[in-house]
Design a protein around this ligand. Sequence first.
Ligand code: ATP
Ligand code: AMO
Length: 471
Amino acid sequence: APTWTDVRELCAEMKDMSVLIRGAAQAIRPLSKKAFLVVRQSMSTVQCVLVINKDVVSPQMVRFATSLSKESIVDVEGVISVPDKLILGTTQQVEIHVRKLYCINRAVSNLPFNIEDASRSETEFMNAEESGKQLVHVGQDTKLNHRALDLRTPANQAIFYIFYQVEKVSRQILESKGFCGIHTPKLIAGSSEGGAAVFKLDYKGQPACLAQSPQLHKQMTICGGFRRVFEVGPVFRAEDSYTHRHLCEFTGLDVEMEINKDFSEVCDIVAELFVAIFDHLNEKCSEELEIIKRQYPFQPLKYLLPERKGREVLRLTYKEGIEMLKEAGVKIESTGDLNSEAEKKLGKLVSDKYNTDFFILTEYPQEARPFYTMPCDDKPGYSNSFDVFVRGEEIISGAQRIHRPELLTERAEECGIDVRTISSYIDSFRHCAPPHGGFGVGLERVVMLFCGLNNIRKCSLFPRDPQRLTP
Ligand code: ATP
Ligand code: AMO
């Protein structure tokens, strides 16, 4: 009896073998006396051929095949054959000559869209327009409204595979450097980053909110004697504007560690971790990256300094960044945060000058950073902090933290934080803590920017934004 086989394993070496596959009926093409059925399993597709033949394939069977609704789940049993010419539109270059066909579950006949339509690239639309063909365009909202259908496109399958690789490599690298994985509470008493972007809720009569970041608890874990910790978990931000790079719930990779000398030790971890992640994606996920590129073309990310020996990541100070912007004629204050336009511009200037799309910008003005950020010892008004950029957009914020309770209280008050809501946090520093620092990464942004995608929603399985709470 034929055995269950994965579609991605079907190859020419299996010629004449009997196989059994289960998948979705992606496309059905009736012809006289035969029918073609494209069956899909995750990123792989194979062409199944039914030819009327008095022993095995009856005219009724061909009629049954052509009456299947797209996306129905089917079991196909048949024999592998290898045609001499290229099979267009499927990933596997073999065909299955069908002997048995069963419909396991029938899809509705009026799907909101076809997977083939939802998988088209800009280039396909442009070419179609030139040749006067009409293609169905599926808008982002339609796709997201029917995400379980939309996720079936090859690009989406590849994006979430890449997402998991980023998470997996992060865990491996951090673990190899002595970091311990932790989980901090998501129901907390107050805001941790300051600002209004918190989801408030009622905690059995007490005011509470969804954690805006693991910040306070990852630091309290360091106070608890853990020397290096990290967490991968959900982060909630009640963003009130609709942008291409903000979600109301995203996946944070948060890292916190003891510092021996200064915060460059934290930047060293960032550099090593991200070079390892990007290397892994390029070396081990080239197939998935090609699949994404087919729908959303992008240039490979440049993340190492080409002219230096070794595998070095560019570090610039905030002051140097501001100088570059000013020289380029951008009107900008020397204090305060960079707005997204200035960040984009700086990304372009850095790319032109240093030939890299990845850099760490250090020593931000104190006023642009959260209350817990350690001020620079020797540069008044600046802080031991950094942001990390990919293609001119922020993926990481990090810093050394204030470990003295008096200064911490003072800074919190200056930033307008009600210190009563963070008293247990401040107390943990009274019980003493080593110098420490860390960083927070938005994983959806990492995937979006590595793959040059234009919208963070493409990198969230079920995105939550100011206008979307379902599906
Ligand atoms: P990001 O910087 O990417 O927003 P973050 O959490 O560090 O991540 P902030 O530090 O609050 O965010 O904002 C930094 C800059 O990002 C702001 O100066 C602003 O240009 C831009 N920004 C932040 N939030 C929004 C928003 N909701 N809509 C548009 N731009 C925003
Ligand atoms: P910050 O607020 O900069 O820093 O957040 C860290 C990283 O999280 C990502 N990010 C977002 N991703 C999607 N949607 C959002 N609304 C969103 N907001 C932020 C970005 C950003 O760089 N506690 C500090 C980190 C630390 O210092 O350890 C913090 O939360 O990639």
